[in-house]
Write a protein that binds this ligand. Structure first.
Ligand code: URA
Length: 295
């Protein structure tokens, strides 16, 4: 086995230990910026999973007819596989395609997003989620940004405050952005799902499809140059694929005219700090592209 495969096998082993309740200790990585090395334990209360945690997909919570995808775990979706990586297949449109509408001026964008936000707030398509939510979490950021970041779904803190990525995963996201040299206030942040799933379970297919028009409309209004997908759910929604992060990361994809970067969810990185190195590689790919990576 070459050294990469050993590393991947090690990650799987740590996963196995974690499943047995044995928490592994963080180890610093060469080439990882200092602020990404430290271990940030999840500080949520018992039973209050943050998105990205290992949880069996909850079937049949929605009133719609189709059956959600087979039970799976976040870890299975996110964790690098210990077997040799499959040859990388292109996904999504193979090349860039145009946005559907001409770019809007800043004031028009603000107005269009304001209207869309009202529609999101009025949405009750996923009746179970609508009954339980404190509020919808639309997204925040500058309307003329070059960067849109997409997460999975609001957690408890996001549901309470109405903003994405304000819990523990958000704190790590801030550090990643700082290390990447992209201030958070220059990024528009949104989630694939606008309502908190009960117990932060993985959103099901029906819920994601119900919410798809909203985030697609957000992207069409914002027309960013880059979209960063954090975790399997965002990838699934944006690239319309079930391929794993491991298969997709490390290269650019396209969503219309935006280049898409795929990487692990910060919640996953909180539990598996070994994978931070891979996310840092993905951020460096972006920095290389932007010309901001110092040699
Ligand atoms: N908070 C969010 O808003 N989204 C996530 O995906 C995780 C935490």
């Amino acid at each position: 086995m070459d050294s990469d495969l050993w590393k991947l096998a090690g990650l799987q082993y740590l996963e196995h230990l974690e499943r047995l309740g044995i928490r592994h200790l963080p180890r610093p990585h060469a080439n990882l910026p200092e602020l990404l090395v430290d271990w940030v334990p999840g500080d949520r209360g018992p039973g209050d999973r943050v998105p990205g945690d290992r949880v069996i997909v909850d079937r049949g919570q929605t009133t719609a007819k189709a059956v959600p995808s087979a039970p799976t775990t976040k870890i299975a979706q996110e964790a690098p596989s210990p077997v040799a990586p499959a040859p990388k297949k292109p996904t999504g449109p193979p090349v860039e395609s145009p946005w559907s509408t001409p770019p809007k001026a800043a004031e028009q964008r603000t107005a269009a997003l304001g209207e869309l936000k009202l529609k999101v707030e009025a949405c009750r398509l996923c009746s179970d989620l609508a009954c339980r939510r404190q509020q919808t979490v639309f997204g925040v950021g500058p309307v003329t940004t070059r960067f849109v970041m997409i997460g999975e779904a609001p957690g408890a803190e996001e549901d309470r405050l109405g903003e994405p990525f304000v819990g523990p995963a958000g704190q790590l996201l801030d550090k990643i952005l700082l290390a990447t040299g992209i201030p958070r206030d220059q990024v528009y942040i949104l989630n694939a799902l606008k309502c908190r799933p009960p117990n932060n379970r993985v959103p099901n297919e029906i819920e994601l499809e119900n919410c798809r028009p909203f985030f697609e409309a957000q992207l069409e209004i914002l027309q960013p140059d880059y979209i960063i997908c954090w975790g399997a759910t965002a990838v699934r929604s944006v690239l319309n694929t079930t391929e794993s992060i491991g298969q997709l990361r490390g290269r650019f994809h396209w969503y219309k005219k935006a280049k898409v970067i795929v990487t692990y969810h910060p919640s996953y990185l909180l539990r598996a700090p070994e994978a931070k190195k891979l996310t840092w590689d993905d951020m460096q790919m972006l920095m290389r592209e932007l010309g901001t990576l110092k040699a």
